[in-house]
Ligand binder design. Structure first.
Ligand SMILES: [Fe+2]
Ligand SMILES: [Fe+2]
Length: 269
């Protein structure tokens, strides 16, 4: 059986997230003989959103495709920049007139991957179109257009039940359904059906000591005083990289194995 290896890195948060990604990716590529590397970049710019410079930096670090999420427009400049980045996609179930691309298609050597982002509807804003109905309608159109069997869904959602339901909804229809957004890696990685890799959440890549990447003092202030506080990223140098490694039969479009990865380091030491 031919097999390829795909790494998907959880939400990259701020400068320390980008730094650990850049530091570790060459080693990970070598160690796992990676064919494709993807990441969620919705928090890459100071914890909120993305910009052209930062998207370029991630792509230059060796990322093949970037998904986004509810923080997509936190850096308003991205509204003008998104259309220039074919390797970065917005959620597919967003309004049609949102700038940018609604999927990423990558072909390397003899293998290809179609990357799609969907946003959930429970406890997350903005509430986009029903992701189940949208992917149900669009999947056959994408398969017809690209003739690829290797479709990876980043399901950016808060509710664990909604994410697990999406896993079963797309079982045997796609290569992987990988959850993002909660920033906490879950221990439920599994292969659904005959080869759909699933995890409720990949986790995050950035400050390991904050609250989901946020400065813990700001989070404590919010919790105690219930008064407005300004978002600030956690500056501590202790940083983590969370990802999942997929071992894939690309000709069958089936995932054979999904493995969780967690790496810790002091990136600014
Ligand atoms: Fe995030
Ligand atoms: Fe998010």
């Amino acid at each position: 059986m031919t097999s390829i290896n795909i790494l998907f890195i959880g939400d990259v948060v701020g400068r320390s997230g980008r730094k650990i990604l850049k530091d570790k990716l060459p080693l990970l590529k070598q160690q796992y003989m990676l064919d494709f590397v993807f990441c969620n970049g919705e928090n890459a710019a100071g914890g909120l959103g993305i910009t052209a410079d930062i998207a370029g930096e991630l792509l230059n670090s060796g990322i093949d495709g970037i998904t986004l999420g509810n923080h997509i427009w936190s850096q308003k400049v991205w509204l003008q920049q998104a259309a220039h980045f074919k390797q970065v996609c917005r959620p597919l179930n967003a309004p049609d007139d949102w700038p940018g691309f609604d999927h990423v298609y990558i072909k390397k050597d003899n293998y290809d991957v179609l990357l799609i982002s969907l946003m959930g509807q429970a406890f997350i804003k903005p509430i986009l179109a029903n992701p189940f109905q949208v992917i149900d309608r669009m999947l056959s159109k994408f398969k017809e257009k690209y003739h690829t069997k290797n479709i990876i869904i980043d399901f950016h959602a808060e509710s664990t039940a909604e994410k697990i339901t999406m896993g079963y909804f797309l079982e045997n229809k796609v290569l992987a359904v990988l959850g993002t957004h909660t920033h906490v890696q879950t221990a439920d990685e599994q292969i659904l059906g005959n080869g759909t890799a699933f995890i409720t959440d990949i986790g995050m890549t950035g400050p390991a000591n904050g609250v989901l990447g946020m400065n813990k003092n700001v989070a404590l202030e919010w919790a105690m005083n219930l008064l407005p506080a300004t978002y600030d990223i956690e500056k501590d140098s202790f940083t983590m990289l969370n990802a999942v490694l997929l071992t894939v039969d690309p000709n069958a479009g089936q995932a054979k194995k999904i493995e969780r990865i967690q790496i810790f380091d002091h990136v600014f030491a």
